[in-house]
Design a binder for this molecule. Structure first.
Ligand SMILES: Nc1nc2c(ncn2[C@@H]2O[C@H](COP(=O)(O)OP(=O)(O)OP(=O)(O)O)[C@@H](O)[C@H]2O)c(=O)[nH]1
Ligand SMILES: [Mg+2]
Length: 257
């Protein structure tokens, strides 16, 4: 089996190379490929990535504009050659050492989808109140609308079979993609297994790009997915359409439909 690890990155000069080293050091019992999608970084991140020695385990995708984390993740899903695909932010808020425990339920055949929950069984921890309350409220909304009991729909740690990812017909470009992935999985009847993970949140001063205003686009994505009909179009077709002449989209809420 092979694991594709999608790493969206924009202006993460201090953390992206250590993060790549830590991901490479993880023994997850299968071959890994790292798909790093750089959103036109201007702080030296891109130069640092280009200075890495060429390697079979590394795919570099260089975007010509910051199109949003969601757009970068969708590009990574599209490029994935592994049987399983996951997202790993480039900022070291989550520990790549926990990847094997995230993979276990899929490898053991118990599910197709695992989320690393920052809050299951752990409460708020070091997460600031605003972020915790926002995530709690948005997760609650998804739970009510989809009759489930998740604890962290916005976690970056989403691990799923690549063929499942390709059925989701994802459109969001910003941080709302996290909600869209979750809700489309729930809508399509997939069982999401949550595994607790350790979270070391960083502040805006330390480079965090997500802001409270993102909450509205996330809520819109939840409601829209709940009341939309299943589309027969595939992710591949929507991505192909988007790639042809896409203008730089809003990093927080742009969509391709
Ligand atoms: N390619 C690309 N990556 C981005 C863009 N915006 C953010 N990212 C990356 O997406 C990842 C997540 O961004 P953060 O600002 O840490 O937000 P977050 O970790 O999702 O926020 P929390 O869920 O609250 O932890 C980081 O690795 C960013 O560098 C973008 O426009 N393009
Ligand atoms: Mg982060």
């Amino acid at each position: 089996m092979k694991l594709s690890i999608v790493i969206p990155v924009r202006n993460e000069r201090d953390t992206v190379i250590p993060l790549i080293e830590r991901v490479r050091a993880v023994d997850c019992g299968m071959t890994k490929e790292l798909i790093v999608v750089d959103g036109a970084s201007t702080d030296g991140t891109r130069e640092a990535l280009l200075a890495l020695p060429p390697s079979d385990d590394l795919v570099l995708v260089l975007e010509d504009a910051a199109r949003g984390k969601g757009r970068a993740v969708r590009t990574g899903f599209e490029r994935a050659a592994g049987d399983i695909v996951m997202v790993q932010d480039a900022d070291l808020e989550l520990d790549p050492g926990e990847i094997p425990s995230l993979l276990a339920p899929i490898v053991e055949g118990r599910t197709d989808v695992v989320f690393g929950s920052r809050f299951r069984g752990r409460g708020r921890g070091a997460t600031p109140w605003v972020g915790y309350a926002g995530n709690f409220g948005l997760t609650w909304a998804a739970n009510v609308l989809f009759l489930t009991r998740l604890t962290d729909i916005l976690t970056c740690y989403k691990v799923l079979r690549t063929d499942t990812a390709r059925t989701l017909d994802l459109r969001c470009n910003g941080f709302d993609l996290d909600a869209e992935i979750t809700c489309r999985l729930l809508r399509d009847g997939h069982r999401i297994v949550e595994v607790p993970v350790t979270y070391n949140p960083r502040s805006v001063d330390e480079g965090k790009k997500l802001s409270p205003s993102v909450g509205w686009s996330v809520l819109r994505a939840i409601v829209r997915t709940r009341f939309s009909r299943r589309s027969s179009r595939t992710t591949v077709s929507s991505l192909t359409r988007a790639t042809s002449a896409e203008p730089a989209a809003s990093p927080t809420s742009g969509r391709d439909d």
